[in-house]
Design a protein around this ligand. Structure first.
Ligand code: APR
Ligand code: PHB
Length: 389
């Protein structure tokens, strides 16, 4: 098989890249190790920046998002029994779109099927061959048969645990990492959200987040210790703990019901540099991870894919290598800005076991400043709605 761009991974990054390239008349094959159902079973954050919304429109999958997605003009933060609203629209004139990542993935998969582009699911032993040469190849096995794809470029969109980044020798890559000493225990329930907007809660018992997927489906999280066992958390125990971390009048309004999903996510900040190795380009979680505070994961992947699809377009139609040569630097600049914001949101909202009294007071001062300064609120709003590409 021959294609122009071989994309490893059919998560949001790989699928969005595939659709944008298709629209630009560039041929791509996606190779994914799992089944479509498995890919769709992953539940992740659901807040889209305007840039990501624009890219989904450009990819031709904006219709359902605009019909079913919820536009949020702001978000709330609670601390010390106080509820404080950050008004994105007033502060920076922009909004965010609440639309689940599972739905984004489904829309992209459907669009890919509709345009007849090739995705190979259930591919085993995916291997990158000669990625530094002018004739890179991707091999994989299916039903005991080995297949080979010859291409011009490989896009490694295969997530944190994927094969692309691991194919690069240690000496060619620098890794930057921070692992946080807690996780998020999350549940999804078919209950109306407790509030019209998201609520990020700083509480001495630990962080909590009230989010949503729609007007009838809620997503809630509580900060938990690394040793937390999901079996120990009945729905009732979860709801009781969540109520304790919210201001009393909010807790009273919480509508509870049976969970339809419950899981624990670790929190990590991670960046791999550079993001290009010869004709291999990393994008999305394959190159970087953010803690979920601020919901930047998918948005950051969308930014990479924007730079990468533009670079390939410049190469094929503009006959210029400038975009390709500048990709890593350009993407990493934006990545580090989102890493900073996600780390900062995490650090002001969570209970850190080894913060000490000084760290505790600094966190309180951060929140006092945020609640009282227009400049501080504007900074949060500007980053939350998404920095420009
Ligand atoms: N070969 C082929 N595919 C692979 C391999 C492999 N060796 N390893 C992993 N994959 C696939 C995974 O099965 C998954 O479908 O690559 C895909 C990577 O998808 P994500 O992990 O979702 O990564 P990405 O698309 O970069 O996601 C960007 O969306 O899912 C969130 O947390 C993620 O918020 C981030 C954003
Ligand atoms: C979510 O809805 O899952 C979500 C929303 C906002 C975040 C993180 C997760 O910051």
């Amino acid at each position: 098989m021959r294609t122009q761009v071989a994309i490893i991974g059919a998560g949001p990054a790989g699928l969005l890249l595939g659709q944008l390239l298709h629209r630009k008349g560039i041929d791509a094959i996606i190779v994914e190790q799992r089944s479509p159902d498995y890919v769709l079973s992953r539940i992740r954050a659901g807040v889209l920046e305007q840039g990501a919304v624009g890219l989904l429109e450009e990819a031709g999958v904006g219709a359902r998002m605009h019909k079913e997605g919820l536009i949020h003009d702001g978000t709330e933060l609670t601390f010390d029994g106080r509820r404080h609203r950050i008004d994105f629209k007033r502060l920076v004139g922009q909004t965010v779109m609440v639309y689940g990542q599972t739905e984004v993935t489904r829309d992209l998969m459907d669009a890919r099927t509709a345009c007849g582009a090739k995705t190979i699911y259930n591919a085993e032993n995916v291997t990158l061959v000669d990625y530094a040469s002018d004739t890179p190849k991707v091999t994989y096995q299916q039903d005991g048969v080995t297949h080979e794809i010859t291409c011009d470029f490989i896009a490694g969109c295969d997530g944190f645990h994927g094969v692309s980044r691991k194919s690069v020798p240690n000496s060619a890559i620098s890794l930057f990492e921070r692992v946080y000493p807690f996780g998020w225990l999350g549940i999804l329930s078919d209950t109306p959200p407790v509030s019209d907007e998201l609520i990020y809660a700083n509480h001495q018992r630990g962080f909590a987040l009230c989010s949503m997927r729609s007007l009838t489906r809620s997503r809630y999280y509580i900060q938990c210790g690394m040793d937390t066992q999901i079996e120990d958390w009945s729905d009732d125990r979860f709801w009781d703990e969540l109520r304790l971390r919210l201001p009393p009048e909010t807790a009273e309004q919480l509508v509870t019901g049976p969970s339809i999903e419950k899981s624990i996510a670790p929190l990590r900040s991670f960046v791999a540099e550079p993001m290009r190795f010869g004709n291999l380009f990393l994008a999305g979680d394959a190159a970087h991870i953010v803690p979920p505070t601020g919901a930047k994961g998918l948005n950051l992947a969308a930014g990479d894919v924007h730079y990468l699809s533009t670079a390939f377009e410049e190469f094929y139609t503009g006959k210029s290598r400038a975009g390709i040569d500048g990709y890593s630097q350009k993407a990493l600049t934006r990545v580090w800005l989102a890493e900073r914001f996600s780390w900062w949101m995490t650090s002001i909202l969570h209970n850190f076991p080894d913060n000490g009294d000084f760290g505790q007071r600094i966190q309180e001062a951060e929140l006092d400043y945020l609640f009282s300064s227009n400049a501080a609120m504007t900074s949060l709003a500007e980053n939350y709605v998404g920095l420009p590409y």
